[in-house]
Write a protein that binds this ligand. Structure first.
Ligand SMILES: [Zn+2]
Length: 375
């Protein structure tokens, strides 16, 4: 595939190293309008359970990339309703694992703007009209103190307890997207993978692979590219590496996994000894103008037990905290000089940093946010 990809300046060497071993096979992005060129339902075969339109049905839209990440139009013609229903349970876990991000980014899913409620009382309410560009207008609030402030670094942290999720289902959701963007002719190579994807036993071989989820987080910043999936295939057949690496980019998060159990990899003995996984750094389709600090870690999503105790966090700087600080109370309409008391804060309004707001505009936003909140 002849498509130029880009990364941050600091990651160029890493990308070049990765591209010595892998090449881009497919890039999938959401469409702006309804998809065309779909197979008629009577000719469809499910890629996952092999059902035809007679043995199952193909009535529902099967989103290639989950709808909840903002993909409205990109659908497939090889996912039957039965499998679609199974995968949507995985997607619930995926959404819960992601936590508050969709609300912060103003992602619009099937149910519109994504509101968020953590299990310990941190709420996020997107506060924009759905067709506006102004997606960084989100009220975070809690009825108790919820901001930790580090006066040395001026860093504020909001910790919140995520809704419960089953880790292996998050992995399966990622794997399902990966298996949906491989070319149809290559699907038979993943017969074991697919079988394990749709089988719900506790002793699933996929748990071994779900330990190696490569996640990179960036600070929240605005970029035109919000959602894309990348499929990389190995260049040299003799290399001891999995045939496909899959990456999903959603807003400020990049997640990569190897697609496990390719028949050729199994035959070549790839899984008989230790495997070296190689993952790409963050990828964009347009050049980047500025480096960003990256946080990369390996995440383990192999557990089949419900995780009820996972925390997410949001960090933001307060750079001008010692300068003239004003307070405005949207309930009483009073305003004046104030001291910064993070423990007294009950709401944070996230707005676009490039936009210079007047005090009046800020007050209007705060009024609107509180008005919404009290409903
Ligand atoms: Zn099916």
């Amino acid at each position: 595939m002849n498509q130029q990809i880009h990364t941050f300046f600091s990651q160029e060497t890493a990308l070049n190293e990765f591209l010595k071993l892998y090449e881009i096979q497919n890039i999938v992005k959401p469409l702006n309008s309804t998809q065309r060129g779909m197979k008629p339902k009577k000719d469809r075969i499910c890629r996952f359970c092999a059902a035809s339109n007679e043995s199952s049905t193909f009535r529902n839209d099967a989103h290639l990339i989950p709808n909840f990440l903002g993909n409205k139009h990109l659908v497939s013609d090889f996912e039957c309703d039965k499998c679609n229903m199974l995968f949507s349970t995985f997607e619930n876990d995926f959404a819960n694992w992601l936590g508050i991000s969709r609300s912060i980014h103003g992602t619009i899913g099937k149910k519109g703007k994504s509101k968020y409620k953590s299990t310990d009382g941190v709420n996020a309410n997107p506060n924009f009209t759905e067709n506006s560009q102004d997606k960084y207008n989100v009220l975070l609030n809690s009825d108790k103190s919820f901001i930790e402030f580090d006066s040395e670094t001026s860093k504020n942290t909001i910790n919140y307890k995520k809704q419960p999720y089953i880790p292996i289902n998050v992995y399966k959701s990622l794997l399902k997207i990966a298996l949906s963007i491989i070319p149809e002719t290559e699907a038979p190579n993943y017969i074991y993978t697919i079988k394990n994807l749709i089988t719900s036993t506790k002793e699933n071989i996929l748990t071994q692979f779900a330990q190696f989820i490569h996640c990179t987080g960036l600070p929240i910043y605005q970029n035109e590219e919000k959602l894309a999936c990348y499929l990389f295939s190995r260049k040299d057949i003799t290399e001891k590496a999995p045939f496909h690496i899959f990456t999903i980019h959603y807003e400020n998060i990049f997640i990569s996994i190897p697609i496990p159990l390719h028949l050729g990899d199994c035959k070549n003995g790839l899984y008989n000894s230790g495997i070296n996984f190689m993952f790409p750094p963050p990828i964009y389709l347009s050049p980047l103008t500025q480096d960003q600090p990256l946080q990369t870690k390996m995440t383990n999503l192999s557990s089949t037990e419900k995780n009820t105790n996972d925390y997410g966090y949001i960090e933001f700087q307060t750079p001008t905290i010692n300068q003239d600080l004003m307070y405005y109370d949207p309930k009483t309409g009073k305003s004046g000089k104030a001291d910064f008391k993070p423990e007294e804060i009950r709401g944070v309004l996230i707005v676009d940093a490039n936009k210079k707001l007047t005090m009046e505009e800020l007050q209007q936003l705060a009024d609107k946010a509180v008005g919404k909140q009290s409903k």
